[in-house]
Design a protein around this ligand. Structure first.
Ligand code: ADP
Ligand code: MG
Length: 615
């Protein structure tokens, strides 16, 4: 007896759906990409219960005819390719004609669609591949697809879905990738009736800050290169934006999001010693390449890609990124008031894409910026070296006795303890003053350097705490009377995530049962605070940062403490303290930018001062 049978379409579709539709986020990706392919200018995503009960995508794209509206749910039904040659010249996001058929096999689907030339829209309902009805309705141009109760007919798969926060995170990732890849398109997103995103059509740099992180605003370096083989454009974050956690690294090849470790390495390699080992710089880079050079015939849910000449791309990418951040690392001082974007600076001021940083000797900017240097040199030592150079001509190392390193005593508000900060040998006699208990003005060769006192301390403390968290070298001051602090159960559970880091920076705490900690000692800088309040507020701030998934736990904690401690430093500083501040600042890895991305210092050039006074 023969036993082989052909599977019914609905079973075949359900099996295919297993590959295409893994979770709500896969549906989001497929629908949004279809809207992009339909040349929509406005795409709206509406989600309920993390996509488990509703995923709706509304676009103002081309729409479909009534026949196409029926056809689009057939397997291997696509308008995007016609013949096998087309496979080597794919410019659309989709081309397999599988997505809608797969989605319709495992959900309750309602499609409304209208082309501009049609009077009426077509509405079609399908549940588990089963056609449920069709009618003509009134609707605006475009396509409106609702996917309800995903996996309603495949309980096993429904049960495999993760918790709502996890599924929402996946959806957000897909949404963000598509929004980044298409800054010219307006996007909005609602989850359980709450607006999560409303992104106007914008330039890429604005889209990046809108989607990812407002603090990237002044921290993007533009990358651009145009070769006959590939075009690269996009932005990398300055080294300071590098985070311990991966996740904000975006490559798009012909606008398709991809992951590629080899190319990732090209980018991180370009950062060399400007970032600590194991941290990842932000980037959003678009590679445009003739589709014949890539093997696009990859699985729809996969993000790998194959190039025929990966090495060439590696080299071009690396040098482009080097170029971009090389310019970035020169402290910006071109336009004093203007809110310059370093990215623009890079492109406007360095027209030689293959050369490394500027060598102009005629430039009116500070000597800081005139120093040609290779990227390998940009590290802590380099900052100090340059700081040295800044003082060329009015007080160099040789003017000082080098044998006796000086020390500056910082006393805390209540003078309980003193913290001794060794002053670097060089630059003892920095010509600088403090004004308004807020700013430091230092004389530098090319003019005046203005330093924001608070941001400078934030940068210094931030690196100090980060280092202590990593090396467990925080120094604890014993309390005379240990103190207990009781947290609510949620905060107590949460505290386990950071208690070790807190200990590393000098908190001596023990678990005391019943959601309570016993505080025996605190870092010296915090002696003047109520320990209980301090401890609770660290947890509180940590919770806030934790919600922002982009922030690494250690960085979040270091930032919290640095801010807290820096606030205390907005006070009158003596001359040695000013010198120490400047020297410590220039020993940090990123003296010009605060941990929050604020500008710590600017140089007001003599020319600028002259023009200011003229007007
Ligand atoms: P693919 O995108 O690979 O072609 P899909 O199953 O995603 O396959 O879609 C099938 C077809 O339905 C598409 O080729 C397109 O012609 C049409 N289609 C799908 N979504 C839309 C949309 N939002 N607007 C206009 N046409 C669409
Ligand atoms: Mg598609």
């Amino acid at each position: 007896m023969d036993v082989i049978r052909l599977l019914s379409d609905s079973i075949a579709n359900q099996i295919a759906a297993g590959e295409v539709v893994q979770r709500p986020a896969s549906v989001v990706k497929e629908l949004m990409e279809n809207s992009i392919d339909a040349e929509a200018t406005h795409i709206q995503l509406i989600i309920k219960e993390s996509g488990k009960t509703l995923i709706q995508v509304i676009d103002d794209g081309k729409g479909m005819s009534t026949t196409d509206a029926r056809m689009c749910f057939e397997r291997h039904a696509t308008s995007k390719i016609k013949e096998s040659n087309d496979l080597f010249n794919i410019r659309t996001m989709g081309f397999r004609g599988e997505a809608l058929a797969s989605i319709a096999a495992v959900a309750q689907v309602e499609l409304r669609t209208k082309r501009s030339e049609d009077e009426l829209a077509t509405s079609i309902k399908i549940e588990g591949s089963e056609f449920k009805g069709q009618e003509f309705i009134q609707a605006p141009q475009g396509t409106n697809l609702s996917i309800k109760n995903l996996f309603f007919n495949v309980p096993a798969r429904r049960n495999f879905l993760k918790s709502n926060p996890v599924e929402t995170k996946h959806i957000l990732e897909e949404f963000q990738r598509i929004a980044l890849a298409h800054p010219e398109v307006q996007f909005s997103m609602f989850h359980n009736e709450i607006e999560i995103y409303n992104l106007p059509s914008a330039k890429l740099s604005k889209r990046i800050t809108d989607v990812l992180d407002k603090s990237y605003r002044d921290q993007l370096a533009q990358c651009q290169v145009d070769t006959p083989f590939i075009k690269i454009n996009g932005y990398v974050g300055n080294p300071q934006t590098a985070k311990k956690s991966r996740g904000e690294q975006y490559f798009f090849v012909n606008k398709r999001f991809i992951k590629n470790n080899y190319l990732h390495h090209a980018v991180t390699g370009a950062f060399e010693s400007t970032i600590p080992q194991g941290s990842h710089p932000f980037y959003t880079l678009f590679i445009e390449i003739d589709p014949s050079h890539i093997d696009i015939n990859i699985h729809p849910t996969k993000t790998e890609i194959k190039f025929d000449d990966e090495k060439a791309i590696y080299a071009i990418l690396r040098s482009t990124v080097k170029q971009a951040i090389g310019v970035y690392n020169l402290t910006p001082s071109i336009d004093f008031e203007a809110d310059i974007n370093i990215g623009n600076y890079a492109s406007n001021h360095n027209p030689r894409p293959t050369q490394s940083p500027i060598r102009s000797s005629e430039s009116s900017i500070s000597s800081f910026e005139k120093e040609p240097r290779s990227l390998g040199e940009i590290n802590q030592k380099d900052n100090r070296t340059n700081w040295d150079k800044l003082f060329d001509g009015f007080g160099t190392k040789k003017d000082f006795a080098e044998d006796e390193p000086q020390q500056v005593i910082f006393s805390s508000k209540i003078n309980k303890i003193e913290e001794v900060v060794p002053l670097p040998k060089d630059g003892t006699d920095i010509n600088a003053i403090q004004v308004h208990h807020q700013y430091i003005i230092a004389q530098v060769k090319s003019g005046l350097m203005l330093i924001d006192q608070q941001s400078a301390y934030e940068r210094i403390f931030y690196e100090k705490y980060l280092k202590e968290i990593n090396t467990q070298h925080g120094i604890s001051q014993q309390l005379l009377f240990p103190k207990t602090v009781t947290l609510n159960s949620i905060d107590y559970a949460l505290s386990f995530e950071i208690i070790d880091m807190i200990r590393n920076i000098g908190f001596n705490v023990e678990e005391f049962g019943q959601n309570t900690y016993l505080i025996n000692g605190v870092p010296s800088q915090f002696m003047d605070e109520d320990e209980g309040v301090l401890f609770k507020s660290i947890i509180e701030q940590y919770k806030i940062n934790e919600n922002n998934q982009k922030v690494d736990k250690k960085e979040a904690l270091a930032k919290t403490l640095a801010k807290r401690n820096a606030t205390k430093m907005s006070k009158s500083l003596g001359k040695p303290e000013i010198s120490s501040l400047i020297n410590q600042l220039f020993e940090t890895s990123m003296p010009s930018i605060s941990p929050d991305g604020k500008q710590v210092m600017r140089i007001l050039s003599l020319e600028k001062i002259a023009t200011l006074l003229l007007n």
